[in-house]
Design a protein around this ligand. Structure first.
Ligand code: AMP
Length: 113
């Protein structure tokens, strides 16, 4: 997708700190980390958000969650972690390419928002 920041990262046009990659998924460190570990997991296919998840296959969607699990193990987040996917303006989604934040390495706030 033209002009999509994460598609440009996938194309190698913008550098990223790669953590994981498979057939369906790419994961990299967030440029502005909100926790000691802050990783973004994105589908390689451009999908705007969970609201557009009907445009992704079950394999693509499942691959995102399986990647979250694998990365959390690799990053040794055995004490827990939070997975967040902001969807749309009320959630302050700033990059319109589906992504799952993995946040860990510290105790999260009890409030969700
Ligand atoms: P969201 O606000 O949920 O759409 O999350 C977008 C995330 O992308 C934010 O946490 C940003 O810090 C992160 N981000 C923006 N540009 C980059 C980049 N070039 N490399 C890595 N992470 C980025």
């Amino acid at each position: 997708m033209e002009n999509c920041l994460f598609c440009k990262i996938l194309a190698g046009e913008i550098p990223s700190s790669k953590v994981y990659e498979d057939e369906y998924v790419y994961a990299f460190r967030d440029i502005n980390p909100q926790a000691p570990t802050h990783i973004l997991v994105i589908p390689k296919k451009h999908v705007g958000s969970i609201a557009e998840a009907d445009q992704a296959s079950d394999a693509e969607l499942a691959a995102c969650l399986r990647a979250v699990r694998k990365i959390a193990l690799d990053e040794k987040l055995e004490n827990g972690y939070r997975v967040v996917s902001n969807c749309g303006p009320d959630a302050c989604q700033s990059v319109p390419h589906l992504h799952f934040h993995i946040l860990g390495g510290r105790k999260m706030a009890e409030e969700m928002a």
